[in-house]
Design a binder for this molecule. Structure first.
Ligand code: ECB
Length: 137
């Protein structure tokens, strides 16, 4: 059983977020704002059902899905695209494939040394983020 992703997690490091956003076609203006955000993940899980909230003072984004079941995702407030998403456990990694206009797009979450790790990828660009558990929330 993989370590639980559940809880409130605050961003402590981010690499190549810029490259990922460029691959998604985000404007320079929005990229500049996004790069400065203190992102937070709030993850809830009940069996195969997960909710991942990405929160920031600027915008929030929530995705809710069942592991193993493809769903239509609209990335509202991000790049505003419609994709078909499928999330599956690959060992201890929770891996999402987002099929649509952008090739090789998706993300993966896993726990390593009590930290929540995230890779966001799109068309060859990989953004790597690490989150620390916030025990006060
Ligand atoms: C929701 C806070 C970010 C708002 C950034 C605003 C403008 C920039 C527009 C697009 C940037 C592209 C992605 C933003 C990065 C993080 C948001 C969620 C990324 C994601 O797919 O998270 C997954 C995995 O945790 C769950 O949705």
């Amino acid at each position: 059983m993989p370590a639980s992703l559940c809880g409130t997690w605050d961003l402590i490091s981010s690499a190549n977020f810029e490259g990922y956003m460029i691959a998604l076609g985000i404007s320079p203006y929005l990229r500049k704002i996004a790069l400065k955000l203190k992102l937070r993940k709030v993850i809830e899980q009940q069996g195969d059902q997960l909710i991942i909230k990405t929160a920031s003072p600027f915008r929030n984004y929530t995705v809710s899905f069942r592991v193993g079941q493809e769903f239509g995702e609209f990335t509202q407030g991000l790049d505003n695209r419609h994709v078909k998403s499928l999330v599956e456990w690959e060992g201890s990694k929770l891996v999402c494939e987002q099929t649509g206009e952008k090739k090789n797009r998706g993300w993966a979450h896993w726990i390593e040394e009590d930290k929540l790790h995230l890779e966001l990828y799109c068309e060859g660009e990989v953004c790597k983020q690490v989150y620390k558990k916030n025990v006060n929330e």
